[in-house]
Design a protein around this ligand. Structure first.
Ligand code: MLT
Length: 344
């Protein structure tokens, strides 16, 4: 990736407005809600604001010293009650690059193993005055419950099969980087639609930004009311792929019941795995995405995952920028200004 002017110049002095690297009109911007609970609750302008802010934050990770003082003095607590590599690490690095103090609590090291409820855990954490709580939990609605109980800003890092908003935002940023705009694109999401929070958040996000969203899955992995979300549904992959600009493949969510939905992984791969032959039905400049973790030879062939159309690792890099943007918009200058105005 070519270095920007700012990257060549190196880091600005702490406290310098240049540290924010945001256009002046974006420096005091914020989201309407104190929390980020799902894409369903954002409007298109808020999504664009997050993407534009993330675009500017990307540059920080290209610098030799990858840290700005933007959230100095703010505390961020990661509550991860489900396994995660990318999302947890990405939130931790994002908070650290903005100079926030971070603490991660996982299921096995929390008092929930001793029988404490999530609300009691949250109330005890809130008594230590954190500014931001990031939660991943197996129960849909867990982040909403926390947001109602706590005055800190809450970010949903995945709640069961419900929503995973920062994943959809990083996917949108990656698509925008490659295609210029999301409006009018044909985006195919294939795999375990029924159990996927990534699918749900992406459907909301891409439709709000003007894409046509097509979903493809075996009937056992397709929600019965999926068309109500405004998508076109296929029970075969090939017709869905015709003319696609973007193909997003999803992992089978074994932990949410996905494994009972087809006879064998070999049959699944033959019918729904993204192979080079199937991908040839899409447009020549198609891009291939996967939220990870990826099961090679199940939902995607290795030569597609590592092939020229794949943008899977760019998704991970963009995840960092998106999470920095979300942390900034919920706890930075704009959020503080909004809170003062609300109190007045
Ligand atoms: C998620 O947390 O939902 C992941 O990003 C996707 C997956 O687990 O398959």
């Amino acid at each position: 990736m070519p270095k920007t002017k700012e990257a060549e110049a190196g880091p600005a002095a702490p406290g310098d407005a240049g540290d924010l690297i945001l256009p002046v009109d974006q420096q005091a911007a914020s989201l309407k809600s104190k929390d980020l609970l799902g894409i369903e609750y954002l409007d298109a302008d808020e999504i664009q604001l997050i993407l534009d802010t993330a675009h500017h934050f990307k540059e920080i990770s290209q610098r030799p010293i990858k840290k700005v003082p933007t959230l100095r003095g703010k505390s961020v607590i990661n509550l991860f009650f489900e396994p995660s590599t990318r999302t947890r690490t990405s939130f931790e690095i994002a908070a650290k690059r903005l100079s926030a103090d971070t603490q991660t609590i996982s299921a096995s090291t929390s008092s929930m193993v001793k029988g404490e409820t999530l609300i009691d855990t949250a109330r005890n954490i809130e008594a230590m005055y954190p500014d931001l709580l990031i939660i991943r939990h197996a129960f849909p609605g867990a982040a909403h419950m926390l947001a109602r109980t706590c005055s800190a800003a809450v970010i949903n890092a995945g709640d069961g099969a419900h929503e995973h908003p920062t994943q959809a935002l990083l996917d949108a940023l990656t698509i925008r980087d490659h295609k210029g705009s999301i409006e009018g694109l044909r985006v195919v999401i294939c795999g375990d639609i029924a159990h996927s929070r990534v699918a749900r958040s992406n459907i909301h996000c891409l439709r709000k930004l003007g894409a046509t969203v097509v979903v493809a899955a075996p009937p056992t992995l397709m929600p019965c009311d999926v068309e109500a979300l405004g998508v076109e549904a296929f029970d075969r992959l090939e017709p869905a792929l015709e003319g696609a600009d973007v193909v997003m493949t999803l992992r089978i969510q074994l932990e949410r019941g996905g494994k009972l939905s087809f006879p064998s992984t070999r049959e699944y791969f033959n019918l729904f795995g993204l192979s080079r032959d199937k991908l040839a039905l899409a447009k020549d400049d198609v891009i291939v995405m996967h939220p990870g973790p990826m099961n090679r030879g199940v939902e995607i062939a290795s030569d597609v995952a590592d092939g020229p159309a794949s943008v899977i690792l760019e998704q991970v890099s963009n995840g960092l920028a998106v999470r920095m943007a979300v942390l900034y918009l919920l706890a930075g200058v704009g959020a503080a200004k909004k809170n003062v105005e609300t109190a007045a």
